[in-house]
Design a protein around this ligand. Structure first.
Ligand code: PEP
Length: 254
């Protein structure tokens, strides 16, 4: 059975490298006995290379974006190859905070294909703004997945992680609401159906995870009853104690 996965999205935090090293080392120190859980931390680009030098076999590194070009005249961009070359293994793509800045599913699609080509594991984020009464949020998520995975080969689908992140539950969303494991489960079943229809049995091993204000208090319920293969905490991953607790909860359930 494949390992469950806990991925910390640090977003544009913390403010200094010193704080980033402290946070990373604090987590590394506490999880040396973890065996059944894959732990990934996605810091700012700036900190990746330094954190890579902190010795731990338990934490894999992920980026929060990667461009689709390999190398060349793309001012301000960072390619999947560059990330792979410094030891990064994962990359978050299509996060709602990037989509809000103008990134389209077409952009995400190109980034997914380029990241796979570079040898990275893409973590594709999808999720609706609101849960409307006529259930249009299902169509919304379906369209996002279809557009983002257009032209992705059957061989590659098991290498992609899909993160269901309802925007209305993310900690930075004004007037956010808590999602429940039941909300998560129905969407996970739906996402699995979409990728199974498209990729057939090759999609069985694709991990689907949940993110949206998940913390040490509700992680157990999401992992037990949300139908997921892991979690993507944002805010809680910036707190050593909370993040470790989430990892330990996952380890016990695995
Ligand atoms: C995220 O935005 O990826 C996320 C899950 O953040 P938070 O846990 O802070 O809602």
């Amino acid at each position: 059975m494949s390992k469950k996965i806990i991925i910390g999205n640090w977003k544009m935090n913390p403010l200094t490298l010193k704080e980033a090293e402290k946070l990373f080392s604090g987590i590394a120190k506490e999880i040396s006995s973890i065996k059944k859980t894959e732990v990934v931390i996605c810091p700012s680009f700036l900190y990746l290379e330094k954190l890579k030098k902190i010795r731990t076999s338990k934490i894999k590194l992920g980026a929060q974006n990667a461009f689709w070009g390999e190398v060349g005249a793309f001012t301000g961009e960072v390619s999947g190859e560059m990330l792979y070359n410094i030891g990064v293994q994962y990359v978050i793509l299509g996060h709602s905070e990037r989509r809000a800045l103008g990134e389209s599913s077409n952009d995400v699609n190109k980034k997914i294909k380029a990241s796979l080509e570079a040898g990275l594991i893409p973590i594709l984020c999808v999720g609706e703004n609101i849960r409307d009464e006529s259930h249009n949020y299902f169509n919304f998520v379906k369209t996002e997945i279809e557009e983002c995975l257009m032209g992705v080969s059957k061989n590659s689908i098991s290498k992609i992680i899909i993160a269901y992140e309802p925007i209305w539950a993310i900690s930075s969303t004004p007037n956010r609401k808590d999602a429940t494991p039941a909300d998560c489960l129905e969407m996970v079943i739906f996402i699995r159906k979409i990728i199974s229809d498209k990729f057939r049995k090759e999609a069985y091993r694709t991990k689907i995870i949940y993110g949206g204000s998940v913390n040490e208090k509700d992680a157990k319920e999401f992992l037990k009853n949300g139908g997921v293969d892991g979690l993507l905490p944002g805010r809680a991953s910036l707190d050593v104690k909370k993040f470790i607790e989430i990892i330990k909860i996952c380890e016990v359930l695995n």
